[in-house]
Design a protein around this ligand. Structure first.
Ligand SMILES: NC(=O)c1ccc[n+]([C@@H]2O[C@H](COP(=O)([O-])OP(=O)(O)OC[C@H]3O[C@@H](n4cnc5c(N)ncnc54)[C@H](O)[C@@H]3O)[C@@H](O)[C@H]2O)c1
Length: 250
């Protein structure tokens, strides 16, 4: 039970990798605070989390791009004792808008994927300090490191911002006992907001470029997240762990 008596906040917890990680943390004893915009998913998510175990899960409607929402969450966590782990996972796809030169898409991608991660760290750190430390895992992507056809450059920029913020925050908060790392998944199941990257032909080509010759499973990313958030990674901070079947090694 690596996370017994730990409070773990996960953004974008209602779906995909966030949901898988939430279940993983609950199985390891954590009290999961599952945050998302998708309130309709709350009941089924909480039922799954309670069945998995853990210290009692809660759902909070939170838009990661809205600082007011983070302030409300931070007050709630302060009143209930603080925070040990933050998984800054929520994000939108770089193919949600087929117009690769859309300025609106650029703004939205940076708002959710990059500012959302910044705000999460900003509001998590003051809750972790009084507990003598904590762990933050940020959701990056292989798109931070390579260009991809059909993917808006705002997505790549947002994930490169996550990569850079992870290193900066690791340095800033090391003296508080807070470790900050990132995971960079490669080809995983399409996101809810994926359009171009959900196209089977596009996916086939991408998979062909993966040395392991398959897409990843959400559980394989969740495993990496739990490791980085756990005491087993006690001397690891500021790294981005690729979970990409070797894609970035080509
Ligand atoms: N699927 C992939 O191939 C892939 C690859 C690399 C990285 N990623 C990243 O992984 C993360 C999770 O993606 P996923 O594949 O599980 O996709 P998903 O669409 O299944 O999950 C994303 C979750 O984030 C939530 N969300 C979106 N905007 C939000 C906001 N403003 N505030 C709060 N919640 C919000 C959604 O409601 C959803 O539950 C994202 O950051 C994504 O960029 C995905």
């Amino acid at each position: 039970m690596r996370f017994k008596d730990k409070t773990v906040v996960i953004t974008g917890a209602a779906s995909g990798m966030g949901r898988s990680a939430a279940l993983g943390f609950a199985r390891e004893g954590a009290a999961v605070v599952a945050c998302d915009l998708l309130e309709d998913e709350a009941a089924s998510l909480l039922a799954e989390l309670d069945a998995a175990g853990g210290g009692g899960a809660r759902f909070v409607r939170l838009d990661v791009a809205r600082e007011e929402d983070w302030e409300v969450l931070a007050r709630m966590l302060r009143d209930s004792g603080g925070l040990d782990v933050l998984f800054n996972n929520a994000g939108i796809s770089g193919t949600f808008d087929p117009d690769l030169s859309s300025t609106r898409a650029w703004e939205r991608l940076l708002d959710v994927n990059a500012k959302g991660v910044f705000l999460g760290m900003k509001h998590a750190v003051p809750l972790m300090r009084p507990r003598g430390g904590g762990a933050i895992v940020n959701m990056s992507s292989i798109s931070a490191s390579v260009g991809q056809h059909r993917v808006h450059m705002g997505y790549s920029a947002s994930k490169a911002a996550v990569q850079a913020m992870t290193r900066a925050a690791a340095v800033h908060y090391a003296e508080d006992g807070i470790r900050v790392n990132a995971v960079a998944p490669g080809l995983l199941p399409p996101m809810r907001t994926s359009r171009g990257s959900a196209d089977p032909v596009w996916r086939e080509k991408q998979i062909d470029a993966v040395p392991l010759k398959r897409a990843g499973h959400v559980e394989e990313v969740a495993t990496a997240v739990l490791f980085l958030a756990s005491d087993e990674a006690s001397y690891i901070t500021g790294v981005e762990l690729a979970v990409d079947g070797g894609f970035l090694s080509l």
